[in-house]
Design a protein around this ligand. Sequence first.
Ligand SMILES: Cc1cc2nc3c(=O)[nH]c(=O)nc-3n(C[C@H](O)[C@H](O)[C@H](O)COP(=O)(O)OP(=O)(O)OC[C@H]3O[C@@H](n4cnc5c(N)ncnc54)[C@H](O)[C@@H]3O)c2cc1C
Ligand code: FES
Length: 266
Amino acid sequence: MMKQELAKVITHQPIQGDYYNITLSTSEIAPLVQPGQFLEVLVPNLADAVLRRPFSIYNVEEDSVSILYKVVGKGTRAMQRLAPGDEVDVIGPLGNGFPSLANGAYPVLIAGGYGAAALYLHARRCLKKGAVFIGGRAALDILCAEEFRQQGWDVQISTEDGSLGDRGLITDLFDRWLKQYRKIHGIQDPIEIFACGPEGLLRAVGDRAKNNQCSGWLSMDRHMGCGVGVCLTCVIKQKNSEDDWQWARCCKDGPVFESREVLWDE
Ligand SMILES: Cc1cc2nc3c(=O)[nH]c(=O)nc-3n(C[C@H](O)[C@H](O)[C@H](O)COP(=O)(O)OP(=O)(O)OC[C@H]3O[C@@H](n4cnc5c(N)ncnc54)[C@H](O)[C@@H]3O)c2cc1C
Ligand code: FES
């Protein structure tokens, strides 16, 4: 059930680089949130913009929610100017969110950039802790590593420029882990993957899920117009069978899809 709320900014802090953490008082939305769901924020002080902006719900307390965002354009630049006490119109929680970990599975989270924000609540609520792979261009793009560690997760990091963790793509690090996790880490359970990040990463993670015959839950980061299932800006092709597909809305039917359901564009 989604709610619309006028939420007061409680705290708003820079984290690192272009990333900020904003906490909003939302007594109606907060208790309803499931990991992987998102909010549509109507950014104030944005003269020409009527569209809301989608942000994953990073964390939840009894009557507040937090967003971890990167300043990339005019909406997020305007958001950056919000101060404690300001009010923001928000709709949420939206989308399906991540499913609970399957019985007996070993959880593997894979995040690219601010995708870490979408996975953190899942990590916090997951009863069994596993491995989390966090990748980004440079050290400043690696978010929440300490927070995942504090929740008991085995954190693996890679950056494209080698400024933190391994140098290279996070999928390269994941591939190396896949080859040895049974032997070195003694993990016997089948793995289940949960991922959020840019499309290239999700596609690569989906391939690995298929090759390893495990579930791969992908949270799709699509441009959104309405965020509530009406405008069809956010559609992807969802497979019904090997030769049949239908349009699915990332905002309403997703943003989380199982990798076998997604028919990627050529
Ligand atoms: C379900 C969902 C969850 C999201 N969660 C987060 C989050 O937790 N933290 C966060 O920082 N961002 C998140 N985003 C992305 C965020 O919505 C956009 O960065 C934001 O809307 C940009 O607004 P803007 O007005 O600042 O940028 P604009 O001025 O509209 O665009 C600036 C640049 O960003 C690009 N851009 C805009 N939207 C997206 C997008 N969805 N994906 C990729 N590029 C985009 C544009 O093409 C352009 O190059 C999420 C998006 C979705 C769909
Ligand atoms: S954003 Fe409008 S239908 Fe998904």
